[in-house]
Ligand binder design. Sequence first.
Ligand code: B3K
Ligand code: ZN
Length: 880
Amino acid sequence: PKMIYLKDYQVPDYLIDETHLTFELFEDHTLVHAQLVMRRNPDAGAGLPALVLDGQQLELLELKLDDRVLGAADYQLTDSHLTLQPTQEQFVIDSSVRIHPESNTALEGLYKSSGMFCTQCEAEGFRKITYYLDRPDVMSTFTTTLSAEQHRYPVLLSNGNPIASGSEEGGRHWATWEDPFKKPAYLFALVAGDLWCVEDRFTTMSAREVTLRIYVEPENIDKVQHAMDSLKKSMKWDEEVYGREYDLDIFMIVAVNDFNMGAMENKGLNIFNSSCVLAKAETATDAAHQRVEAVVAHEYFHNWSGNRVTCRDWFQLSLKEGFTVFRDAEFSADMNSRTVKRIEDVAYLRTHQFAEDAGPMAHPVRPDSFMEISNFYTLTVYEKGSEVLRMIHTLLGPQLFRKGSDLYFARHDGQAVTCDDFIKAMEDASGVDLTQFKRWYSQAGTPRLEVSESYDAAANTYRLQLRQSCPATPGQAEKLPFVIPLELALLDAQGRELPLQLVGEDKPVGTSRVLQVTQAEQAFTFVNIAEQPLPSLLRGFSAPVKLSFPYSRDQLMFLMQHDSDGFNRWEAGQQLAVQVLQELIGQHQRGELLVLDPRLVAALRSVLENDSLDQAMVAEMLSLPGEGYLTEISDVADVDAIHAAREFARAQLAEALFEPLWARYQANREVSRNTPYVAESAHFARRSLQNIALSYLMLTGKPQVLAAALEQYEACDNMTERLTALAVLVNSPFEAEKAEALKAFAEHFKDNALVMDQWFSVQAACTLPGGLARVQALMQHPAFTMKNPNKVRALIGAFAGQNLVNFHAADGSGYRFLADQVISLNATNPQIASRQLGPLTRWRKYDASRQALMRAELERILASGELSSDVFEVVSKSLA
Ligand code: B3K
Ligand code: ZN
């Protein structure tokens, strides 16, 4: 595979104004006829160059240019392109091809899932359907006719509005759909299957009536209401917050079981992984309910940020993804608890995106090269991209940001544009110069921000000294300073915020403000500061950086109690826990007795005993930093010491805080027992505290806790309580109860694939010894299959990504296992194979012996035969 560079971008030689598609779907093949109404691109220069169409795995049956049938001498065919010579500026191409969705295991292009036909075209899947200019800057209207056997496929869907349908002889029927909005081919979709739907309506801000439909397999029709409610909330929110109105007469979502990622924003016909649509109390956890709400919103929001205004080329992917993640995060914050949402997102970013930024696949938010674009649907493009948008929002403020987004949508509606066009709209609307800020798009790596202080009691001044730097990343040795919005406050000894007046200002500007750090070294001096203050820095995580400030543990405890910024109260607790855990890790490494700093116990006790705190906040503050995060912040991660230290701390906290944990658990379980399940934030909060309390309590091994776990397991009415009860049993030493619960669960839910995924995950993540053997045994379970991406993620992904102590077994057995799975997946589903490689790419984090074992497995994959471009790119860059 060859490297593709952003700097080589050229406008297309030809454009496609109209695309007319016909699909004849059969059991052993599908015929696709495409009529493309084309013309020379006026922006591409003079003359009539050869027309090069993309096409892969297509059997060409017939090709016509302006109604003239072309012979083999009139065109050139390779395994990726069809080249022919136009003779006029405007012309029509007709092609007929045969394809095989029934044997498509890569789940890209047209394929079958649980007996239905569906598509996934982003990024470059449309070329597996027909010959086309498969690039996002070629935008066309589409008309699509599908025909299939009526009995097996009563529902026939495509983008846009339905305009005609009818029956054919032989038990077949057909339907025609028309999408009047120009779109790139990656937004094309079709579905044919035996589906039921829930229908609803939405009246838009200009009083247009829109039909909403969610299609699922008949047995899932009882699990759709939550997604429908989420869709209506999203439509309303996008009108209110961004002024964006839906544009077609119908909006459809279809749930499919075999899907490489979460969902896809095809115009008017979103296709979803069933895990991101189906949710009801008995089968989906609170986290799953929130994920459904967020993904439904995300895909809906793409209708503007992605579809109406799309990307010029795939290097601009964050233009739509970073923006849309920012939009869905704000939506979720508005629907639920803003602080809790921020905590979850930051914890995720710091564990996973920071690791990506520090590894061999590190790339800027706007990459400048790739081999396989599927490998760039990354945490950096999505989550860091969203942080970049959040910083723009912080720097401009909500009004100017909205003015900027209005201008962006108005200026570029119907166009395929770049991240620079987005920034330009923000600059033009706000008058703010974002030239230096744009380095966030072009420089990879996580910036460090070191802060130190000095207080001058005689002058009443307080000075913060800042130093920013960014480590080298592949291809980028030196970095220039970023624009870092640093939100901060200064607290007095009572925890009150002091008025903030910088040297040179004639009066204070609020008590919490955003400073702009723009230089490698910079200082800010505050005046009229009558006592030594304690700074609350990077409030709300105002920039995706690694901040360091020499806080003492007592100062962190003070911030945990007094900081008025909820995020920073949590963050102070995390930093305290990190200090304490790192001390324990050191003790473990030196073979010393482990001793837990009692200040962590005291801090968490006061959190637990504080009835006025939001229960979800209490739960977040009780959660110790994960092993993944402790790995990320280590220079060399000692997996065993990290695991031992963290488990020791959890067990000690459970013993020391037994009384308040038990009181909180019982009170909340009592309410849960007497309240029907509601998927709303106060209820999420109660259950999250209840469940984290139970997981601590279980570590004490006390009989009354085991009884409580069993009671919760058996008597609850929802998956949130049931799955936690199952998880604490699985991680406990109570073998008989564990076996019984696992068996009962599997029997009860054996026909529900999504619930079985959770059953696999809970076991895959169990850190007790023998993890690999358990996973290998589970791969033989009748409910497991390597063909379904959700199953691969639930079992193999959870083992390698969450069960660090077992995956990193010193004998290398975990690495060998993962490499075997990657080699097998490479042949069937390259995208999933490549995703599963993630943990092996992080080999530089570990000791020499593990490094050698991990590298050896990467080498073995590289030598294993013909690799997909997906796997080849990740393996070769990891070894470089
Ligand atoms: N745009 C899709 C992702 C497609 C991934 C293709 N490999 C989902 C989303 O971000 O909304
Ligand atoms: Zn997206």
